[in-house]
Design a protein around this ligand. Structure first.
Ligand code: SF4
Length: 227
């Protein structure tokens, strides 16, 4: 494979999924979605591949990428599936900044998730310690099956139990290439405050919240916000 320039290498985002299960044991996995293999891989496996060209850290330190020689940047974009429309939309003359910005640019890529068997006591501790208002519930493979929030916990009023008894089953997810406008429309129409973002093989690779959307809007209008 001929050497490519840095600009031409595909930049594949690394996501970190931290999953809390049972009585609160936290495990983590750093993964990248490999388009040629059509599945998510541990970054360690990627590092052993002949097409691995290194890691890249964004200037603000929030995101990490695998640089891949197998795909060039253009092919990587073209391979993304088209996003079905979320709600009927009136025709617009020009795409807005929200149409042109993928949720991959604003989502959290270090995501805390929980499993169904996590006790509600351990969940309450996790939410308080990490200052979270809700988290996705994932299966063993890291695919989302529900969401659970502080409000769900409050409804239980301290009664013992586990996440499976309280969570809301998963209805909506986004692809990293979905636009910020689509994320906003989905949240507004469905009353969802946070949506899991999934790779082509259905694993959680990010989380986008209504707060992420507001921060993006504030920055777009020139207001500087804390990272
Ligand atoms: S470096 Fe290899 S394993 Fe990693 S994404 Fe590219 S082709 Fe896949």
């Amino acid at each position: 494979m001929a050497d490519r320039t840095f600009e031409d290498l595909a930049k594949l985002p690394i996501s970190v999924r931290r999953v809390c299960a049972g009585e609160g044991v936290l495990t983590s996995a750093a993964e990248v979605y490999c388009q040629p293999r059509e599945r998510s891989l541990d970054v360690d496996a990627c590092e052993g591949c002949a097409d691995y060209a290194g890691l890249m850290l964004e200037l603000d330190g929030r995101r990490k990428y695998v640089l891949c020689r197998r795909l060039n940047a253009e092919t990587a974009r073209a391979l993304q599936p088209s996003i079905p429309p979320i709600a009927r939309r009136l025709p617009v003359d020009n795409p807005s900044p929200g149409d042109r910005t993928p949720v991959a640019q604003i989502m959290t890529t270090d995501v805390i998730c929980v499993r169904e068997d996590l006790s509600l006591t351990a969940l309450a501790t996790l939410l308080l310690e990490r200052n979270l208002s809700g988290v996705p519930v994932v299966d063993l493979a890291g695919r989302p099956i529900g969401v659970i929030s502080k409000t769900d916990l409050l409804r239980r009023d301290g009664a013992p139990g586990c996440v499976a008894e309280v969570m809301t089953p998963m209805s909506f997810v986004l692809h990293p290439e979905a636009s910020v406008s689509q994320a906003a429309a989905l949240m507004a129409f469905e009353g969802a405050h946070r949506l899991p973002v999934v790779s082509d093989d259905g694993k959680v690779v990010g989380l986008v919240s209504s707060l992420d959307l507001m921060r993006w809007l504030g920055r777009l209008d020139g207001y500087l916000t804390r990272a």
